[in-house]
Design a protein around this ligand. Structure first.
Ligand code: 3H9
Length: 652
């Protein structure tokens, strides 16, 4: 063991067995900030010239190897040494450099590792090039070195999806050479073994042969999925052309990276990245400990309840499901098991995991069986009396410190809480359907919700791998309030002259996976119709109200299941229906509206402005804490394209 050498504030090293063990310590994720890059450059220069150094190991302090380039530095003037220059030094060093991947090696982190002459991973490590998720391409050799190491098809998959893989898969793919629990020792041994031998430089490897037809097919699929986003398309171009001189490929990659980095798309996706980390920082919760939760009760085992159960079982919770009768409870159990089996079939869950989750599930029709629960989520029929009755029954059987959550979409959870013995333990957990798939979870802070109860909701959401966004109480919470404003504006557009397919085309071109009216048809029009009928008496008669949707429903056009809605479904295929056009024209004529033509840009302008205007009202009312929370809700719950940043970002 030798003394520690400080190469910079974040990079230091000790020499062990003649190997310079360089540690990057730049919390929270060891991003390659200018200080890290400078420190690494100095460490490499030292290793090259120091006679007592035969090799180098690079590792990270804490639980990350290197989380990538410092995203906070993007948009600021680049400072030397650049990451590609440091990486070039690593690959070109005359002594072996071994990467010891102690945790996540992402983006620039993996690019550092790829330039090393060997890679050893701890079992908990993961590697990936997630740059496309930030609207960019890898900018420090990833698109050129990864294909040389693992072939074009596998590199294409990883780089264009941005997904990261665990150590075992990285080993199988050939990204790492060894997985070792005694990581640094194994890396030191590897460096010593390589000393004095010819080094395997990734950039010098020949490209493995691949089937051009297969690559063309995969590329076409990726481009179709990208829906016009630039980064995946550029990634495809760079990876599929990587069979050319390294220097040429690197220069192209760098120029592409720099151009994309400053694009609107990348700025939007960076906004989303930071918004996701910001959303769980909630005023008034600093230092508040969540209540421990091990067992979750779920009331109502329909589609929503079953989805919540699958999500909870997947996160390691024990689940007790309650339904009205033993038969209904058993049916719920079967539905949950069916969903778990689907996870097994798709490879998301292995057999051992399936068995373990099955053991943690029980169902009942007896309230008292929920006594062991630390949290109970209700997902019963959205009716105030039903929910109040249930919560009052639960009050009698669960511990006074257990948390009660309602999954209501439109009811006022304050009214539900007020009817219970301990309103401070009540909050809303508004899951989106299907609950085991959708990432968004609106966490509703009710008037009396205790801070540690809210903290519990957030902690459980995180454990469920959901994206929690805190909302105050209002009809429809953040998401459905904005959605209502958006829908209202779309219906105004219909009366003013646009047709459903024109509005849908504008939305799909913008990046929504499906237009609004197509979504309506898929979901069915009857629930919203029933709500409109309930609200009819309370509606302000001076407010503009569009009757077209009601007319459709009255004529049995209830959506795709009925074979017709906003569109006709001939042989299941969505087609424009002249009858709908006639209904719209009649509605315009009845109000004496002279229709005008709208461009796609005008349609979008009206819809996006309506969303942003409603968002501003939610902020003013204190329902949403920050504009970026609203963006997250619309992106993760309503199909707003992430690469546009969300309605508040667009109109900010
Ligand atoms: C890149 O590498 C480009 C290169 O190809 C080319 C260069 C020339 N920078 O997620 P967490 C912050 S592009 C700055 O909650 P976890 C984050 O904001 C980069 N900050 O932790 C948060 O701050 P705060 C490619 C970053 O343990 C804190 O760290 N890399 C960065 O759940 C904790 O974050 C990526 O896209 C960053 N790169 O997960 C990886 N990363 O506490 C992005 C994080 O103030 N990062 N922060 O809110 C991740 O996926 C996860 O953060 C990671 C840790 C898995 C690493």
């Amino acid at each position: 063991m030798n003394e520690t050498i400080e190469f910079s504030a974040t990079v230091s090293a000790t020499t062990r067995n003649g190997v310079l063990v360089v540690t990057i310590d730049n919390p929270p994720v060891n991003a390659t900030s200018v200080d890290v890059r400078g420190g690494l450059a100095k460490a490499l220069a030292h290793a090259e010239t120091a006679a007592d150094v035969t090799g180098v190991v690079v590792t990270g302090a804490g639980k990350t190897f290197i989380g990538g380039a410092d995203i906070k530095e993007f948009g600021k003037p680049a400072m030397d040494p650049t990451l590609p220059a440091v990486i070039q030094n690593i690959e070109g060093l005359s002594k072996p450099v071994v990467a010891a991947l102690n945790g996540a090696a992402l983006g620039g982190g993996l690019e550092v590792a790829l330039a090393c002459h060997s890679r050893v991973a701890a079992p908990a490590a993961q590697v990936g090039l997630p740059e496309v998720k930030l609207g960019i391409v890898p900018g420090a050799g990833g698109t050129q070195r990864l294909p040389r190491l693992i072939g074009i098809p596998a590199a294409l998959d990883l780089i264009t999806s941005g997904r990261s893989v665990k150590a075992e898969e990285a080993l199988k793919l050939g990204i790492v050479d060894t997985v070792a629990a005694d990581l640094v020792e194994a890396a030191i041994s590897a460096a010593s073994a390589l000393a004095g031998k010819p080094l395997r430089r990734t950039g010098e490897l020949g490209m493995a042969a691949a089937d051009p037809a297969e690559i063309a097919k995969t590329s076409a699929k990726i481009l179709a999925r990208a829906r016009g986003q630039k980064a995946p398309a550029e990634a495809v171009r760079l990876v599929t052309s990587s069979d050319r001189p390294l220097a040429e490929g690197l220069a192209d990659e760098r120029a592409t990276f720099l151009a994309l980095r400053d694009s609107r798309e990348a700025t939007a996706l960076r906004h989303v990245f930071f918004a996701e980390r910001e959303s769980s920082k909630v005023e008034g919760l600093e230092g508040i400990e969540p209540r421990p939760v091990r067992t979750i009760g779920i009331c109502g085992l329909g589609l929503m309840g079953s989805g919540i159960a699958v999500s909870a079982l997947g996160a390691g919770y024990s689940v007790i499901g309650l339904d009205q009768t033993a038969k209904a409870a058993e049916k719920g159990r079967e539905r949950i098991i069916g969903l778990l089996e689907r996870n097994v079939a798709s490879g998301r869950l292995d057999q051992a995991g399936f068995e373990a989750q099955k053991v943690k599930l029980s169902v009942t029709a007896t309230d008292a069986d929920l006594a062991p629960c630390d949290l109970v989520v209700e997902a019963v029929f959205d009716d105030l009396a039903v929910k109040i009755d249930l919560f009052q029954r639960l009050d009698r059987v669960i511990r006074p410190d257990a948390v009660l959550a309602t999954n209501t979409s439109y009811l006022n959870p304050d009214e539900i809480a007020a009817a219970t013995a301990h309103p401070q333990r009540v909050l809303g957990l508004h899951f989106f359907s299907p609950a085991h798939v959708m990432r968004l979870l609106e966490v509703v802070r009710c008037a009396k919700t205790a801070p540690d109860v809210l903290a519990t909701g957030l902690a459980v959401a995180k454990k469920l791998h959901k994206l929690p966004v805190v909302t105050g109480v209002t009809e429809g919470f953040i998401g459905n309030r904005i959605f209502s404003a958006y829908r209202r504006e779309a219906e105004f557009l219909l009366e003013d002259g646009a047709l459903p397919h024109e509005i849908d085309a504008a939305l799909e071109d913008y990046g929504f996976p499906m237009g609004l009216f197509a979504v309506y048809d898929m979901a069915g029009l009857e629930i919203a119709w029933a709500r409109r009928k309930r609200q009819a008496a309370a509606r302000d008669p001076s407010e503009r109200y569009v009757e077209i949707a009601d007319t459709l429903c009255e004529t049995g056009r209830l959506g795709q299941k009925a074979g017709r809605g906003w569109y006709a479904y001939l042989d299941g295929k969505r087609t424009i229906d002249p009858d709908v056009t006639a209904i719209i024209q009649a509605a315009r004529a009845k109000k004496g509206i002279a229709p005008r033509a709208f461009t796609k840009e005008e349609v979008l302008e009206r819809l996006l402005s309506a969303m942003a205007a409603e968002g501003k009202v939610l902020l003013a009312e204190g329902i949403a804490a920050r504009p970026s929370d609203i963006d997250l809700v619309m992106i993760n719950g309503y199909g707003f394209p992430a690469h546009k940043g969300g309605p508040m970002f667009v109109n900010g």
